[in-house]
Design a protein around this ligand. Structure first.
Ligand code: BGP
Length: 474
């Protein structure tokens, strides 16, 4: 049966500066943690990405034509402050004013993220989210943006603090690529929450009239079997990736049960508990009471079973199905039940996980006024037909099927009380993926990277009909 979305529900595409802009050496942009890291890996480069730095108007025109009301963009901190702090780069400031003006001209409301995985290089070397200097400079950069970009009405402090911390220090897939350091992971998680809280409190004190939120990666965790040990493994994984954040940013305190799970993981790894001060906890509490919205990024779910060995992570970096391994000492092992479909990168396709996470926020975190789905989508291997003309429409039935199922699960959550006000597909146009490069495409619009020509995908037409009619067809 087709499902109806609320009339004020908004839809659009998501992007992140480093993944779309390209032009990493242009107009005085400073270096970030990825520049050297990707160079040394030698697998793919951040340029030209989708060349959004030069083609934003073309992409916004497409977004408008295909029925979008909103877009997620991020500001590259290092375009504004090339060194992370100090000297301002006026060409970077001018670029974002032009981008926001183009959004307005195309009747698209930007939701603007301040940090989307792109820490300036100097601050990364100083310890990234583990350093107080990073926190202070981030707050100063946020304040500058609030004063400068008064045209922005929706701000997001940090994109996916959990992915950043876990991939930097637990699985080692993000620079500085350390593994098994749960102590650093939890400290970085806590520090990001402190930075987020300081910025929310600052923004509210400035009374600028806009809204501010945070975006979390929330992959729902289920036990692999009914056994008590598998249930416990799922709880531990959930504490590591979801619960500490949900508590800190949405309840304003870490619940005792959450802290006990965190401590259990750290004890099993002979690592110390993270440090926090009463002053930080006060800021965290204040921010949770003032937060305007939370963004949920949900792509897949996880199933956990008990595991007692050493940590081992094998990341599926090239789309070879079944090649990933995730086992964490003191947590558990990921193991999907039979029959759960996956993408080529081993991400499970499980719309029920979307419903469950939205309902969990609704039921367990009553302070949250509004929720947006700020990322959801499917990475596919897609190519341009040899005889393509500018009018060629790329067929992507798998994407339509995926989005339809997830939107439908989201509509069920809305029906059951979750206050979800919008949906952003990852991604607006094809862009580069942090750990999978250019072969994993998510866009509604196909980007032929060598020529930078755009082509429409069928999913863009389908998306338009949903965003205009508010009806999710069968
Ligand atoms: C989210 C990030 C995005 C994007 C997306 C897809 O975690 O916020 O930046 O990359 O995931 O992930 P991937 O590129 O690894 O497939």
């Amino acid at each position: 049966m087709s499902k109806q979305l609320p009339q004020d529900f908004v839809m659009g595409g998501a992007t992140a500066a480093y993944q779309v802009e390209g032009a990493t050496k242009e107009d005085g942009k400073g270096r970030v943690l990825w520049d050297d890291f990707l160079d040394k890996q030698g697998r793919f480069k951040p340029d030209p990405a989708a060349d959004f730095y030069h083609r934003y108007d073309e992409d916004l025109a497409l977004a408008e034509k295909y029925g979008h009301q909103v877009i997620r963009v991020s500001i590259a901190w290092s375009r504004i402050f090339p060194d992370g702090a100090g000297e301002v780069e006026p060409r970077g400031v001018a670029f974002y004013h032009k981008l926001f003006a183009a959004c307005a001209a195309h009747h698209i409301e930007p939701f603007v993220t301040l940090h989307h995985f792109d820490t300036p290089e100097r601050l990364h070397e100083a310890g990234d989210w583990l350093s107080q200097e990073m926190l202070d400079d981030f707050v100063a950069y946020a304040k500058f943006c609030f004063e400068e970009f008064s045209e922005v009405k929706y701000w997001i402090t940090i994109n996916e603090p959990t992915s950043m911390a876990v991939q930097q220090y637990t699985s080692g897939t993000f620079p500085p690529a350390e593994s098994g350091r749960f102590d650093k992971t939890f400290q970085a998680e806590h520090n990001q929450m402190v930075a987020h809280a300081r910025i929310v409190n600052l923004y509210k004190s400035m009374q600028l009239g806009g809204q501010i939120g945070i975006v979390h990666a929330l992959q729902t965790v289920y036990p692999y079997s009914d056994s008590a040990v598998d249930h416990h493994a799922a709880e531990l994984q959930d504490a590591l990736e979801n619960r500490l954040y949900l508590d800190g940013t949405l309840a304003g305190e870490y619940h005792q049960e959450t802290l006990a799970l965190v401590k259990e993981i750290l004890d099993a790894n002979h690592q110390p508990m993270f440090q926090s001060t009463p002053q930080e906890m006060k800021a965290i509490d204040e921010a949770a009471h003032q937060l305007d919205f939370v963004g949920v990024n949900n792509y897949f779910s996880k199933w956990l079973r008990a595991y007692h060995g050493k940590s081992e992570t094998i990341h599926n970096g090239d789309g070879t199905k079944g090649s990933s391994v995730a086992r964490l000492q003191g947590v558990g092992e990921e193991k999907r039940p039979d029959g759960i479909e996956t993408t080529d990168w081993d991400w499970s396709i499980y719309p029920r996980g979307m419903y469950d996470i939205l309902m969990r926020i609704h039921n367990d975190y009553p302070l949250v006024p509004v929720t947006y789905v700020t990322e959801n989508g499917i990475g596919l291997k897609e190519s341009l037909p040899e005889n393509a003309t500018p009018d060629t429409v790329i067929e992507d039935p798998k994407r339509i099927d995926y989005v339809k199922k997830y939107l439908s699960a989201m509509a069920d959550a809305i029906h059951d009380g979750a206050n979800v006000k919008g949906y952003f597909i990852w991604s607006l146009q094809d862009q580069f993926s942090w750990t999978n490069g250019y072969s994993k495409r998510y866009g509604l619009f196909f980007v032929d990277f060598p020529t930078q020509n755009r082509y429409i995908k069928q999913s863009a037409e389908w998306f338009k009909s949903v965003s205009e009619t508010h009806i999710i067809p069968d």
